[in-house]
Design a protein around this ligand. Structure first.
Ligand code: FAD
Ligand code: FES
Ligand code: MG
Length: 281
């Protein structure tokens, strides 16, 4: 069993959990993820390691409540236990001294980009951070993110915090102003990662994205997370989750993320059903 040590409500639909998981905390690196299961009847869901504390033996997760399992998770409290917590999974980020790097976190993507930003800063890079969200309420960890950066920008779709616009708009401005950028890492919704990659591709700026493909086993056995990168088929769980954004077939990823929409909708309805409405009984 894996104990929830701390719970923070970042916004009504965004929660932070610190989980007691010493074996995962001992080995994990920036860019990796875990797969958890709440209880025996629960499905397996992947979540990125947003932070870790090796001394305390804990892992921090930040998740958006988007469906049955994340809504159920969001109702749990400090002191409750998770049944399974498998990790660290996936390849860690390629941390090198690239020169001038731009780290982009859009929406819940701010969580996974945080440890990568910290590691890139520690590796001696000049770091420019960009945090974006639909609105002010959905922004989080901006002080923590900013503390790892030499320059930091905030943007929101509706202009309720920082500059009005998308992370890709700020990326364009930064590249124009600086003249040279050596590396970009962009994490967030697929359309945001796609547009950021389109901004940097004609300029030849090395750009990596972290894919949230649907995952089941997380160990390369089931094929659920497959993604086309260049002319190769890769498994996001073992070959990723980070890939060269200039080579990813984002349209395929958008299609694949929708595959189970009907089942996911039915699962949410059945979970909130008091009987007699959705046919679950
Ligand atoms: P559902 O209603 O079941 O699904 C909602 C949407 O989530 C689906 O349409 C689909 O696009 C996606 N999804 C559903 N099941 C899975 C699955 N098994 N694997 C991947 N995606 C799924 N979310 C966060 O909020 N924070 C994170 O740090 C985070 N890190 C991730 C890291 C990786 C490597 C991956 C692959 C995904 C990550 N996600 C993260 C997405 C998260 O796994 C899904 O939001 C979650 O599984 C949704 O489950 P649900 O039952 O609540 O929603
Ligand atoms: Fe099964 Fe990647 S999740 S192969
Ligand atoms: Mg689900």
């Amino acid at each position: 069993m894996y104990k929830i040590l701390k719970k923070e409500v970042l916004s009504p639909t965004l929660k932070l959990f610190e989980i007691e998981a010493p074996k995962v905390a001992k080995k994990c690196q920036a860019g990796q993820f875990i797969i958890l299961r709440i209880d025996e009847k629960g499905e397996r869901i992947p979540l990125t390691i947003a932070d870790f504390n090796r001394e305390k033996g804990s892992i921090t997760l930040i998740f958006a409540e988007v469906g049955k399992t994340t809504q159920q998770l969001g109702k749990m409290e400090a002191g409750d236990n998770l049944l399974d917590f498998v990790g660290p999974l996936g390849r860690s980020s390629d941390i090198e001294k690239y020169g001038r790097v731009v780290c982009i976190g859009a929406g819940v993507g701010i969580a996974p980009v945080f440890p990568i930003t910290r590691a890139l800063k520690q590796a001696g890079n000049e770091v420019i951070g960009i945090a974006g969200a639909r609105n002010k309420e959905l922004l989080f960890w901006t002080d923590e993110f900013k503390a790892q950066c030499d320059e930091f920008h905030i943007c929101t779709d509706d202009g309720s915090a920082g500059q009005k616009g998308f992370v890709s708009d700020i990326l364009k401005k930064v590249i124009e102003e600086k003249g040279q950028v050596d590396y970009v890492i962009a994490i967030g919704p697929i359309p945001a990662m796609k547009v950021c990659s389109e901004v940097t591709k004609p300029l030849g700026i090395k750009t990596f994205v972290s894919l949230n493909s649907i995952m089941v086993d997380g160990t390369g056995m089931c094929g659920a997370c497959r993604v086309t990168v260049g002319d190769e088929t890769k498994f996001a769980c073992v070959d990723g989750p980070e890939f060269d954004g200039h080579l990813v077939d984002f349209n395929e990823q958008i299609r694949r993320a929708q595959i189970f929409k009907d089942e996911e909708q039915r699962a949410v309805e059945a979970a909130s059903c008091k009987g007699g409405c959705c046919g679950c009984q």
